[in-house]
Design a protein around this ligand. Structure first.
Ligand SMILES: Cc1cc2nc3c(=O)[nH]c(=O)nc-3n(C[C@H](O)[C@H](O)[C@H](O)COP(=O)(O)O)c2cc1C
Length: 214
């Protein structure tokens, strides 16, 4: 059994172990605007749901390894405390990846990555039109774990409005994974699809009866 002790390692090596250990990770594709109204969109795989009542999600921009500065998405939500999460599908994976390039502050990743801005309804940052699901969020808290390279800051957003494109729902009114075709993040430069899925029912009794779970 390999043991990894973060206290005795360079943070970059800790980062590699952590992203290898937690996979797949959902990809938050986060659009924001700065105080001058300039849009920004960038992927964050330190992203997830946190609460249903109230509905809350988070993303976590790290302090940059090069330069030790904050990422644009964080600077933007500090100025305009709103963001949109745009679900990343197989169709827009490469454009999402292009948006991760470290463009200068104020440069518009929508244009560089070939993505279309679509106005939101409850928040000022635009949505990514090519994404079929959007979560419009209002920032409710920001928690920083430090101001040095690699330190994460968690941005918590209350979900004010969810958009779901027509055609994604199954007969029960649920979003069908085979229609959504999300991609997830693995370690290194790896990604996965949701094409190989299975169902498992919650246990019906205290005794282990795997046949009841099918
Ligand atoms: C799939 C993917 C996931 C990423 N996840 C994160 C993350 O969780 N935290 C982070 O700080 N950077 C993450 N990055 C890197 C940022 O997207 C990158 O630093 C980007 O330039 C930040 O943009 P911004 O400065 O416009 O916010 C990720 C990149 C990719 C391609």
């Amino acid at each position: 059994m390999a043991l990894v002790d973060p206290a005795n390692m360079a943070w970059q090596d800790v980062y590699r172990v952590l992203v290898d250990c937690v996979q797949p990770r959902p990809i938050g594709f986060i659009s924001t605007i700065d105080g001058q109204g300039r849009p920004n969109v960038a992927p964050y795989s330190f992203f997830n749901m946190l609460s249903a009542n109230p509905p809350v999600c988070f993303f976590s921009p790290g302090i940059k390894g090069r330069g030790g500065t904050k990422k644009d998405s964080l600077l933007n939500v500090e100025e305009v405390p709103e963001f949109v999460h745009n679900v990343v599908t197989e169709d827009i994976g490469k454009r999402m990846n292009q948006a991760a390039f470290p463009y200068d502050h104020g440069e518009n990743e929508f244009e560089f990555a070939g993505l279309t801005q679509e106005p939101s309804e409850r928040v000022r940052p635009p949505r990514v039109a090519e994404s079929p699901v959007h979560l419009e969020c209002r920032v409710v808290d920001i928690k920083s774990f430090g101001d040095w390279p690699g330190a994460g800051t968690v941005v918590f957003g209350e979900i004010l409005l969810v958009h779901v494109h027509d055609g994604l729902l199954d007969e029960r009114g649920r979003i069908a994974p085979e229609k959504l075709r999300t991609i997830g993040r693995l370690g290194g430069s790896g990604y996965c699809t949701t094409r190989d899925t299975f169902n498992m029912r919650r246990p019906q009794s205290p005794d282990f009866r795997p046949e009841e779970m099918e």
